[in-house]
Design a protein around this ligand. Structure first.
Ligand SMILES: *Cc1c(COP(=O)(O)O)cnc(C)c1O
Length: 369
């Protein structure tokens, strides 16, 4: 039996939403739940975040799951925004039927809308490129977009995305914000700019709708700062158990390949989790540790598919069956991500299907998948 388990703290999720609310005043909050709510599970997250003003998803399938959940629970439908827009005219039929909002970022979409005037999204989020150069219209197209899309009847949110709101310097973000305001002037319609980092660091970007993802899950992309450093609670705890313990003499080596040569007589613990569960193999050799029995236990050798090995020499209380935290309240996911050369978002998104999920409201586990 495998022991890898991701527990989702729904209370922490709700409190993180309240923390965002306290920072953004009267701005509405679009809770970003793309990629299965950053790997936390879309339905459970949407249920816990019912107080959000709307939800942002990447694809139609996730939007459909939210509408299904709302119908099953008898809830009033919230705005659901397709953040990547749509790319086929058939999608417009679904978008209209599910009363979705959609991001429009390319003239091919404008053409589809004009060809299907009765199947428009509930609201158009028109995306302007203010310097990120990923998705979005060039700013000189704004008057034409205003004329062709922003007619009476269909509400419009003029949005843009910030490329460096979590960066060390604020210069690039300040330039994007300035460019955005100058381009829009007094153009009618709502405004939206802020991702998580801008919610925290650029209040002048809060405007009508903020679009936080990471901070709701207690995750951070700000260099050198974990979600808890920023005042948010980690929502996912990834844990497993020790399944074997052995004594290996000094000079022995651990695991695949050259492994790691032991510099002292070592009590090794084998933990039932590996890259097949989403714990990054790149952590191997990076000086990482896990949390065991109230202490740090260094990772030894390479992370393999199903297992990893830790040093229990200084943890005599740890034995077969002892709980091991890979990331969560005691081990910031940002730290694990730094060892692996990644960001915490990629870790939580990358937890694989064989990992069990459980959720708890406050302290008691109420449901497992
Ligand atoms: C993913 C995404 C966000 C959320 O970003 P975070 O860094 O997780 O807050 C906001 N807006 C858009 C358009 C996105 O695609």
């Amino acid at each position: 039996m495998r022991h890898a388990l991701a527990t989702i703290d729904l209370g922490a999720l709700r409190r993180n939403l309240q923390r965002v609310r306290a920072r953004v005043g009267s701005s509405r909050i679009l809770a970003v739940v793309k990629a299965d709510a950053y790997g936390h599970g879309l339905e459970r997250v949407v249920q816990a975040l019912r107080d959000a003003d709307g939800f942002g998803v990447a694809g139609l399938e996730d939007a459909r799951r939210i509408r299904l959940l709302e119908r099953r629970k008898g809830w009033v439908a919230r705005p659901v925004v397709l953040l990547s827009g749509f790319d086929e005219s058939q999608d417009l039929d679904t978008i209209h039927r599910l009363a979705l909002d959609a991001v429009i970022h390319d003239s091919s979409q404008v053409a589809m809308l004009r060809a299907n005037p009765r199947q428009w999204p509930r609201c158009l989020w028109i995306k302007l490129d203010t310097g990120m150069h990923r998705l979005g219209f060039a700013l000189d197209q704004l008057p034409a977009l205003q004329a062709s899309l922003a007619g009476p009847g269909t509400p419009v949110v003029w949005m843009s995305h910030l490329a460096d709101a979590d960066g060390l310097s604020t210069a690039r973000t300040e330039r994007q914000i300035r460019v955005y305001f100058e381009a829009l002037g007094t153009t009618p319609g709502l405004r939206s700019l802020a991702n998580s980092a801008a919610v925290l660091r650029h209040p002048q970007a809060h405007l009508d709708w903020v679009r936080p993802g990471g901070v709701l899950y207690g995750l951070s992309t700000v260099a050198g700062q974990s979600g808890s450093d920023l005042g948010f609670e980690p929502v996912m705890r990834l844990c497993s158990r020790i399944v074997a313990v052995r004594q290996v003499p000094c000079g022995g080596s651990v695991g695949y390949g050259e492994g790691q040569t032991l510099v002292r007589d070592t009590r090794l613990g084998v933990v039932s989790i590996g890259y097949g569960d989403g714990y990054p193999r790149h952590v191997s050799g990076a000086g990482g540790w896990v949390w065991v029995d109230g202490q740090r236990a260094p990772i030894l050798g390479r992370v393999s598919m199903d297992l990893l090995t830790v040093d229990l020499t200084d943890l005599p209380g740890a034995d077969i069956g002892t709980d091991v935290e890979l990331w969560g309240p005691q081990v910031p996911a940002e730290l694990v991500a730094a060892w692996a050369g990644s960001i915490s978002y990629e870790l939580t998104c990358g937890v694989t299907r064989r990992v069990q999920f459980a959720e708890h409201q406050e302290t008691s586990v109420v449901h497992a998948r």
